[in-house]
Design a protein around this ligand. Sequence first.
Ligand code: FAD
Length: 260
Amino acid sequence: MKIIVCIKQVPGTNEVKMDPSTNTIIRENVASIINPFDTYAIEEAVRIKEKYGAEVYGLSMGIPAATEMLREAISLKIDKAMLLTDRKFAGADTLATSYALSRGALKIGEYDLIICGKQATDGDTAQVGPSLAKTLGIAYATDISKIIELNCSFMRCMKITDDGYEEIEIKLPALITVVKEINMPRLPSIKSMRNAKSAEIEIVTSKDAAADENRSGLKGSPTQVRKTFVPVHDVNSIYLLGTPFEQSKKLAEILMGKES
Ligand SMILES: Cc1cc2nc3c(=O)[nH]c(=O)nc-3n(C[C@H](O)[C@H](O)[C@H](O)COP(=O)(O)OP(=O)(O)OC[C@H]3O[C@@H](n4cnc5c(N)ncnc54)[C@H](O)[C@@H]3O)c2cc1C
């Protein structure tokens, strides 16, 4: 079985800075970490490998410095890692990101399962997993909290929904996104960190991935960030105090214009 884990490098800070000229996140010279949700994806893939036997590939699209992050993923027991990096991939929205990742997945080839985190802590859209599955034409399920059964042709798993849990079956090859309830990620050992230092990361350019330039990076991104801003706290908010009856009476008065 071959498993691909999508791993995104995200800023290890809440103070994300934007480039005002391009409205994109400034990633250079910012301390970065593995997207926290992706650590659960890595752990789940490694647990499948340990239980059933599998080869686990880490796949990322990002700046060249993301190789260090992929080394960290290797220290967490994934087998190989590929970084899609090229100016042509820069400025990608979720559609172009999914397209680039799909080219990476096709280059890895013959995968059975793709595991993504539920969402990235910077972009935060939770769109890339489903969009990647759609681009590859495979089935997908989001918010998976447990893998119950897995074989070469299908998997049975538990999905978190708004109302509780749902047990689902999905035909492989498929993509799942995982939530933090799925496992407790391990810490790397000193030995695995040392081994990961010399691990080779496959660097893939747009040309290597045979990516269509019109579907890549800023050029292939139909979404455009027009403006970024921190929401201003509404100083005119009114807090209604009292019992529920008093609050609703006051609200009705405000709505009917009887209250100044
Ligand atoms: C117009 C526009 C321009 C942008 N320009 C830039 C830019 O120049 N530079 C930039 O970094 N971002 C840019 N972004 C943000 C970028 O689109 C998102 O960071 C990216 O598409 C992933 O979306 P997300 O962070 O919401 O991921 P989510 O959909 O929340 O992520 C879900 C999961 O998908 C996987 N995943 C997501 N992204 C990657 C990745 N890159 N590699 C591997 N796995 C991944 C991970 O498993 C992750 O847990 C831009 C966005 C827009 C709309």
